[in-house]
Design a binder for this molecule. Structure first.
Ligand SMILES: Nc1ncnc2c1ncn2[C@@H]1O[C@H](COP(=O)(O)OP(=O)(O)OP(=O)(O)O)[C@@H](O)[C@H]1O
Ligand SMILES: [Mg+2]
Length: 249
């Protein structure tokens, strides 16, 4: 795509007003989406011609062998990476038509990422980590603190606000990461192996939080090997292999 085809915030009808985007029918639409990497002269096809629609409010779990393309798919949905072929709409926005600055703001407003290894900022307390993505709002600092401590209370960490990441257990760090993911009340929650590094009790807590986020109306998309999430009868399960979706039930 040539540079003059790339759109910025000014080209978006409603400018940066994202209100109403969470009312759209489909959170994700992918048509013929591929992601190819060139390593020297060798082409690696991480995602191969994926067609996929995810309704707003759905809970989708994607499993598949290591290297099958799960993280690649999640990063593309989360606007962290881009497709090399195909069309993608996130909340009805044709996200690949926009420039990086728009995509970054879109990502902060509309998606919340939860990683396998938490990715908290090591020099910030639990409260500050949750406040970090809230910088896109113009609310006063005290209000942000109030909002962030409410979110930490939601995940059972009201007594850990001032702890630095190393002063928290793995399960607590992941719950801080979840509170941070929902800091801007995004319509879509994306999680990459969120329970892989946790003991069973913490993993169960994370499963329950993801369930309750979905029940509160959020689209939840989880890449995982966790059988307890995969076997949850209420979730839609996609199986991916060699970059293609091979089953969907
Ligand atoms: N930056 C990159 N450059 C080249 N190849 C890449 C790159 N990132 C990923 N790949 C390749 O793309 C394929 C899909 O990778 P991806 O990380 O999406 O797999 P995954 O399903 O998440 O695996 P895992 O379960 O181990 O996390 C793999 O073969 C991987 O080696
Ligand atoms: Mg992965």
């Amino acid at each position: 795509m040539s540079d003059d085809m790339i759109l910025g915030a000014d080209d978006f009808d409603e400018s940066m007003d994202f209100d109403g985007l969470d009312k759209v029918e489909f959170s994700v639409k992918m048509k013929g989406v591929s992601r190819k990497y060139l390593l020297g002269s060798r082409e690696v096809i991480a995602l191969n011609q994926v067609d996929l629609k995810i309704r707003s409010g759905e809970y989708v779990v994607v499993s598949g062998p290591s290297g099958s393309g799960k993280t690649t798919m999640l990063n593309i949905i989360g606007c962290i990476d881009y497709a090399t072929e195909g069309r993608i709409h996130i909340l009805d926005v044709p996200i690949e038509d926009y420039d990086e600055s728009f995509r970054a703001t879109f990502r902060l407003n509309n998606t919340g990422f939860i990683f396998q290894s938490y990715n908290l900022i090591s020099t910030l307390t639990a409260l500050e980590n949750v406040m970090f993505p809230m910088q896109i709002t113009d609310k006063p600092e005290e209000e942000l603190e109030q909002d962030a401590s409410e979110l930490l209370k939601k995940v059972g960490l009201e007594n850990r606000l001032d702890h630095l990441p190393w002063q928290l257990s793995s399960g607590e760090q992941q719950r801080v990461a979840i509170a941070r993911a929902i800091a801007n009340d995004p319509a879509i929650i994306l999680a990459d192996e969120p329970t892989a590094n946790l003991d069973e009790e913490s993993a169960e807590m994370v499963r329950q939080i993801l369930d309750s986020l979905n029940k509160s109306g959020k689209t939840v998309i989880v890449m995982t090997h966790d059988e307890k999430i995969i076997n949850n009868s209420e979730v839609r399960h996609l199986l991916i292999r060699d970059g293609s979706v091979i089953s969907d039930d």
